[in-house]
Design a protein around this ligand. Structure first.
Ligand code: AP5
Length: 215
């Protein structure tokens, strides 16, 4: 049976890192609204031009924009293909829209993995994060360095630092998370779908806990 998951948490909680592990283990289609929006910005599309200002300021892109992106994408995925939603939903309206989009072809969210990481840990993680611009692989200068400094292990591309990974914008992203995204925890809590994973020693230990729960 197809597994439909949400990976949820504050910026820098490790959603992208755990998505790589979950996608590979359960053969899921990985949908990251952050990656989709960055791609739109890079390509200079109408959506990208609109989204850029919100992303650079650590604010949420308007609901109608991200709901359309996700609903259009969901409609293209075969009903028997499991899907992993990363960075979506981030508001109550987005959560309701996701339920509706999935219902459209007889699907529903099976579990929501909540990575609960405190603010100061988020700042440390994001200030040291580096990304591959070609394959979106995620590194950390001390926690997960590439084999060769500054170069992606998969693609050989020069790693970059995201424009929103500076301390001022990181703190704004955290404020946005606490005021607009945290209510989504209750939404899924009431549906009995939430699995909270707190701080663990390493990404591998976090994956182990998540797999144990899902298996
Ligand atoms: P998005 O790209 O989704 O950013 P985010 O939610 O801020 O999350 P991040 O990608 O920064 O972090 P992550 O949780 O994936 O952590 P990662 O695994 O990389 O969104 C960007 C922007 O787009 C938003 O601000 C908004 O403007 C817009 N947007 C996106 N979706 C939207 C939506 N639905 N609605 C409206 N607007 C939207 O890990 C971080 C670092 O920590 C890495 O260096 C990693 O190596 C390290 N790390 C990971 N796990 C561990 C661990 N267990 N221990 C130690 N280090 C670890």
């Amino acid at each position: 049976m197809a597994l439909n998951l949400v990976i949820f948490g504050p910026p820098g909680a490790g959603k992208g890192t755990q998505s790589e592990a979950l996608r590979d283990k359960y053969n899921l289609e990985h949908l990251s609204t952050g990656d989709m929006l960055r791609e739109a910005v890079k390509n200079g599309t109408e959506t990208g031009l609109l989204a850029k200002q919100y992303m650079e300021g650590g604010k949420l892109v308007p609901d109608e924009v991200v709901i359309k992106i996700i609903s259009d994408k969901v409609a293209t995925i075969a009903a028997d293909r499991g899907t992993l939603f990363d960075g979506f939903p981030r508001t109550l309206d987005q959560a309701a829209a996701l339920d509706k989009a999935l219902e459209g072809n007889g699907r529903k969210i099976d579990a929501v993995v909540f990575l609960n990481v405190p603010d100061e840990e988020v700042v440390t993680r994001l200030c040291g994060r580096r990304m591959c611009p070609a394959c979106n692989a995620i590194y950390h200068v001390t926690g997960k360095p590439p084999k060769k400094e500054g170069v992606c292990d998969n693609e050989g591309a020069a790693l970059i630092q995201r424009a929103d990974d500076n301390e001022t914008v990181i703190r704004q992203r955290l404020d946005t998370y606490h005021s607009q995204t945290q209510p989504v925890i209750d939404y899924y809590g009431k549906k009995n779908l939430l699995k909270e994973v707190g701080l663990t020693g390493s990404p591998q230990e976090t994956s182990r806990k998540i797999f144990e729960y899902l298996d």
